[in-house]
Design a protein around this ligand. Structure first.
Ligand code: ADP
Ligand code: MG
Length: 723
């Protein structure tokens, strides 16, 4: 046996969490230790499941559930294969189109056909010899995967299986299909998952047995096995685009994960309630003066939010409040007035943003509105003398409001008397960070701001421990954004339109679509578009994407903000909240592939200045029902909450929360699209547990601790120490 990993991520919030129970050691051991992982495969596994801070572990493999399964008997013909669904087709290899040398990340395409039509098999980053060996010219093969339409052509990206007649006969009845990565096939992952299953220890049951029985849910270990060794292929999506019902195994796993997160929230909430707060608002004079000096009057919604926040601050209960408001709804002014209240009471405030550029932008915006408040910016880029000065002034109370990035978490950052922490764009911060920040003051009040519109019911369930204020009213005088839907065949007209806009000094975002589950493929599409546009517009075109290191991303964003580049081609990473007032045109390619919430977020990047703005939704027909309804909604409405409600109706919660883009949900096994109904049950169960067994000391309580560790919510376990 390998030496088990016993480390827990270091965290500056209070005493270290108790060690993970040794029963979980085998699961948290590095995946590299599994049989069958050699030096060639190890880095592929890391790329798929690891992060720079955290090498892939066995648990990561086990939680990398298949996205579907292909039944051996599920054979089809090319022409009749339902787009996007797994299928197996018998084909003849017609032609190889390897990438030209030096063509960068272009794929190797292989044209194959059956009696009904042809399809291009697409391989990224695979040696030519290997592709040719798998698919010799003229040979007959069975290929499995999903057929999609791309630029009017049928294609199958990285088939999950390629086999000949004999191979087909020896396959399992159902083969699970995993999200794969360049060079690592679904089959290889399946084998590793089986090896990982062999390491699965016997864990105590943490769910209420009566509940399990009532819902006919299997034990945790059985559920994992059933997922990785499926016996039935999952049902396909329904006609109207809604997902099929989940298997009992999948629901069990989803419920485990959701319960872990709700339990962590419930523990946090319980502690919040136990500890008294402080009065962090004064007589209202200072805040009143700042409000009066604003260049605008507050909207009704802003005034309401400010009043709710002041009431919280003034009470001796601790505030934990979520401020939700669409982009441009004026959250900054609300935050400023909240912070002014804290300063009035003799405290300090901190405003934290998820990126350098957003922190700087907040700092610059607040300055002119802040009156006598002493503001300071702190980022990871500060040089040593600056930084020292900031730390000194902060500890001496010579700074009222600190604006910064994650840098403000560091242990060396000590406040004179922190009263209020404002966190912008919450979904990038977890409970962990909230705890770390809370440890920097006595009974710190929290205001969390997010621009992701979430329907009220969902917000209450998801941010179970928070109160909510909503800015559902836009400041007067906003120019509407003109939204057009345009078939992609007319892309030349769009490009000509950009010529005119650039001549007027305007700037353009160009968003490239989600093509496949693989980020490499997304990236290839964005790069291709970037090169195309460069041919036409030269150096005015910039590129930004999710695989860029943070500083490079910031730099690309800054070049665009400064006008050095004027068309910014991007995958969906355009920084939430970044304000480029000259940006007036948002082009979204393959808009039919995005959810409403995401489209709305992207559209919110323009229309921030006084010039008229537009959003061009390029689509490729024919459109399905859901996609058509979405694009129509986008044309009709600019109301983020209305769109969110509509999205909820059309697609379910996953889209609304924009999980893929924002990482808000951070669920690995659960899908809010299909498992949202479990949220409420889990919340109720969690609250009941915390009420009856606040220290998690009963047999079930102890099993629940294992659950918290399993899903890495151990930050919550530290809360138990307080009793
Ligand atoms: P967001 O909610 O996206 O953070 P901001 O706080 O950045 O929005 O506000 C967007 C713009 O609207 C800013 O230029 C701000 O000065 C302006 N603004 C905020 N509140 C009002 C208001 N009540 N009336 C007019 N303009 C406002
Ligand atoms: Mg903002």
């Amino acid at each position: 046996m390998r030496e088990p990993a016993r480390e827990i991520a270091p965290d500056s919030a209070g005493p270290a969490a108790p060690l993970r129970p040794s029963i979980l050691d085998a699961l948290f051991a590095p995946a590299r230790g599994l049989p069958g992982i050699g030096p060639k495969m190890a880095p592929l596994i890391e790329r798929l499941l690891g992060t720079p801070e955290q090498p892939a572990r066995i648990v990561d493999l086990l939680f990398h559930l298949p996205q579907g399964g292909v039944a051996r008997q599920l054979k089809g013909s090319i022409a009749e294969a339902p787009p996007g669904e797994p299928v197996t087709v018998g084909v003849t290899v017609v032609a190889h189109r390897p990438p030209q040398p030096g063509a960068g990340r272009r794929p190797h395409r292989v044209l194959v056909e059956d009696a009904t039509g042809d399809v291009s098999l697409v391989f990224f980053g695979m040696p030519r010899a290997r592709v040719e060996k798998m698919l010799p010219l003229g040979a007959h093969r069975y290929v499995s995967g999903r057929i999609d339409l791309w630029d009017g052509q049928r294609q199958m990206v990285h088939p999950s299986r390629i086999t000949d007649e004999a191979g087909l006969a020896s396959l399992p009845a159902v083969e699970p299909i995993y999200g794969a990565t360049e060079g690592l096939t679904s089959r290889a992952i399946s084998k590793l998952a089986h090896a990982a299953l062999d390491r699965l220890p016997v864990l105590p049951e943490w769910q209420d047995p009566a509940w399990l029985e009532r819902h006919a849910l299997p034990p945790f270990a059985d559920a994992l096995r059933a997922e990785h060794r499926p016996e039935e292929a999952p049902a396909p999506r329904r006609e109207d685009g809604t997902p099929p019902p989940r298997t009992a195994a999948r629901r069990r796993l989803a419920y485990d994960e959701i319960l872990a997160s709700q339990l962590a929230l419930a523990l946090l909430r319980a502690r919040q309630r136990r500890k008294p707060g402080r009065r962090n608002a004064g007589d209202g004079q200072l805040a009143g003066r700042i409000e009066a000096a604003l260049p605008f009057g507050l909207t009704g919604a802003q005034a309401r939010a400010v009043a709710e926040i002041r009431a919280d601050l003034a009470s001796d209960r601790r505030m934990l409040r979520l401020l939700q408001g669409d982009v441009g709804s004026g959250k900054t002014a609300v935050a400023l007035l909240a912070m002014a209240s804290a300063v009035e009471a003799g405290r300090q405030a901190v405003l934290m943003a998820p990126t350098e550029i957003l922190a700087r932008q907040h700092f610059e915006r607040l300055g002119p509105m802040a009156g006598p408040l002493r503001l300071r910016l702190m980022t990871g880029r500060d040089r040593a003398p600056e930084r020292r000065a900031t730390l000194n002034d902060l500890a001496a109370g010579a700074i009222d409001i600190l604006v910064g990035t994650h840098a403000v978490f560091q242990d060396s950052v000590v406040f004179h008397d922190l009263g209020l922490a404002v966190v912008d764009e919450q979904h990038r911060f977890g409970v962990h960070q909230r705890l770390a920040l809370g440890a920097k003051g006595e009974a710190v009040d929290f205001l969390v701001m997010t621009a992701t519109p979430i329907p009220r019911t969902l917000a209450l369930t998801f941010f179970g421990d928070m109160d909510v204020s909503i800015l559902d009213e836009k400041p007067a005088g906003r120019q509407p954004i003109k939204t057009l839907t345009i078939p992609v065949e007319r892309i030349d007209e769009v490009v000509a339109g950009l010529d005119r806009a650039l001549a007027r000094g305007e700037r353009v975002y160009w968003i490239c679509p989600l093509v496949a589950e693989s980020e490499f493929i997304d990236l290839a599409a964005a790069q291709e578009r970037f090169e195309d546009l460069r041919q036409h517009f030269g150096a005015a075109v910039g590129l930004i994407h999710g695989k860029m290191p943070g500083p490079e991303k910031d730099a690309a964003m800054e070049r665009f903000a400064a006008g050095e580049t004027r068309i910014l081609v991007s995958t969906t990473v355009v920084e939430v909240g970044v304000d480029v007032r000259e940006a007036t045109i948002m082009v979204i390619e393959h808009a039919e592939r995005f959810g409403l919430a995401q489209l709305h977020q992207l559209r919110g990047r323009v229309g921030r200045g006084s010039a008229a703005s537009s959003c061009l939704l390029l689509y490729r027909g024919p459109l399905g029902q859901v996609a058509r309804a979405r694009l129509e909604m986008m044309r009709e409405s600019e109301d983020g909450f209305r769109l969110a409600e509509e999205d909820l109706r059309l697609r379910g919660e996953g889209e609304v929360l924009g999980t893929r883009q924002s990482g808000l949900a951070a669920f690995r096994l659960a899908s809010l699209e299909t498992d949202a109904d479990l949220l409420e049950a889990a919340r109720d169960d969690a609250r009941l547990v915390v009420e009856r067994d606040p220290g998690l000391r009963t047999a079930r309580g102890r099993a629940l601790r294992v659950l918290l560790y399993l899903f890495e919510r151990e930050a919550a376990i530290r809360l138990l120490g307080a009793g």
